[in-house]
Design a protein around this ligand. Structure first.
Ligand code: HAM
Length: 432
């Protein structure tokens, strides 16, 4: 029996030794999540938290039976009541399900939602691809205008700017409505069928099940064949065409650079019109940091009223990996301002009281309970990067004076015991 961690998942620790694992450090995660929460709120988005598992049919209906996610990657199980449940592979379908369940469409001010949390896909293990990964996502329900598409893309760009990430390309496409996708699909199959034997086995299989996904193939021979393939943009009907032009016009007005990529199709069936992906040159093969698009018929497909919608999701692991690769800065790791070290029983009581007061004044503080030798406690303080330590023993109690030792400079100052809180409040305020 082995208790090692399962394949494709990872732990997040307070600290990591190996440089390649540093993106897993907890305070780096906190930094990124804080920026995401702050910016979402500045853009008027409110947080929604949905369950980790849902009924399986929610995902089969929304993501689509023929997709890789549904056909190969879902963690599906029967519960003890023989109900088929699935660990959520993505956040859009659950958000829409919750939105419809709660009839949030009746509360017109509540249609911009964001979420943060783990998703699960049984994927082949490789760098940047995990079986439990985390997404930050944002969804707007009930708005059909192209300007909304641009606001969503702008949120993404501002977020990357706020995190300090560079070297990004936004790939943009329109996949139109169901009818034009059907005509395009026929044209693509007609073009690819004579080349079938030369396609990779995966693409040959896709030709039957989901031919549009062949456009995504990374296989060099497939790509050569695809070079001569028809473009979906030539199949767009008037409404989608106009929408796509408006999106591009507003992106230019917002000064957001983008690249039209007619081969961009998405791996989930619910999209129509605008689709996009943000790719970073500093990631390996899994270079997509975020992706999204319009899904105007999903609410109806899930039994709700007609509500056009758009959103995106971002892989938090990949964001952290890029931030490390690009040496982006993180907020400093939080450190205790003071460590109180009691020597002897009577000073324990005094230290406890001081600790309570310090915490009431929001001063990050700790007290030593380890009963280890002073040398070990000082080593702990050093490692933890505590700013001050104060050893409080019989003499200090008798004289009602304590020494504050600054751990970096080594300087000691003596202060009256009853001035400790005030002194530290001042020091925190002045950052000393
Ligand atoms: P997605 O393209 O499947 O879209 O995932 C979005 C992002 O999640 C990817 O670009 C990637 O950064 C990250 N991601 C996906 N799978 C993994 C994995 N196995 N390991 C690490 N990161 C991963 C969606 O999920 C849609 N729900 C996006 C959306 C929201 N569309 C509209 N609204």
């Amino acid at each position: 029996m082995s208790y090692s961690i399962p394949k494709g998942v990872f732990d997040i620790f307070p600290t990591e030794n190996k440089p390649e694992d540093q993106w897993k450090e907890a305070h780096h995660w906190q930094h990124v999540l804080e920026v995401m929460r702050r910016l979402s709120s500045e853009y008027g988005f409110e947080e929604i938290v949905t369950p980790i598992f849902e009924k399986t049919e929610l995902f089969t209906r929304s993501i689509g039976e023929g997709t890789d996610i549904v056909s190969k990657e879902m963690y599906t199980f029967l519960d003890k009541g023989k109900r088929s449940l699935t660990l959520r592979p993505e956040g859009t379908a659950p958000v829409v399900r919750a939105f419809l369940d709660r009839k949030l469409y009746n509360e017109s001010y509540c249609n911009k939602l964001f979420y943060l949390g783990p998703m699960f896909r049984y994927e082949r293990q490789q760098a940047g691809r995990y079986r439990q990964f985390h997404q930050y996502g944002a969804e707007v329900l009930g708005v059909s205008s192209p300007e909304q598409d641009v606001e969503i893309i702008d949120l993404l760009c501002t977020l990357f700017q706020n995190l300090g990430i560079q070297n990004l390309t936004i790939h943009l496409n329109s996949i139109g409505n169901k009818e034009c996708r059907k005509s395009y699909r026929e044209a693509l199959v007609a073009y690819l069928t004579p080349h079938k034997e030369k396609l990779s086995p995966e693409s040959q299989n896709r030709l039957e099940v989901n031919p549009l996904r062949i456009l995504d193939s990374k296989n060099k021979d497939d790509q050569k064949i695809l070079d001569g393939s028809p473009s979906i943009l030539d199949y767009l009907e008037e409404d989608s065409k106009e929408h796509f032009e408006e999106v591009q016009k507003w992106l230019r007005i917002f000064k957001i650079p983008f690249k039209v990529n007619p081969r961009l199709v998405r791996g989930l069936d619910y999209y129509n019109k605008t689709v996009f992906e943000v790719v970073c040159g500093d990631l390996g093969a899994q270079d997509t940091l975020a992706a999204g698009g319009r899904y105007d018929s999903l609410t109806q497909d899930l039994g709700g009223p007609e509500l056009p919608a758009i959103g995106f999701a971002m892989g938090i692991e990949r964001v952290l990996q890029v931030m490390h690769a690009q040496k982006c800065s993180f907020k400093p790791r939080p450190v205790p301002q003071i460590l109180l070290i009691p020597l002897g029983e009577p000073s324990k009581e005094v230290c406890f009281e001081l600790l309570k007061q310090l915490r009431l004044h929001n001063i990050p503080s700790e007290m030593d309970f380890s009963l280890k030798k002073l040398k070990h406690i000082m080593k702990y303080a050093d490692k933890k990067k505590v700013t001050y330590v104060s050893v409080i023993g019989e003499d200090e109690l008798l004289n009602e004076e304590i020494k504050l030792k600054h751990m970096i400079t080594g300087k000691e100052e003596t202060i009256p015991l009853d001035q400790l809180i005030l002194t530290l409040v001042n020091k925190v305020q002045h950052g000393t």
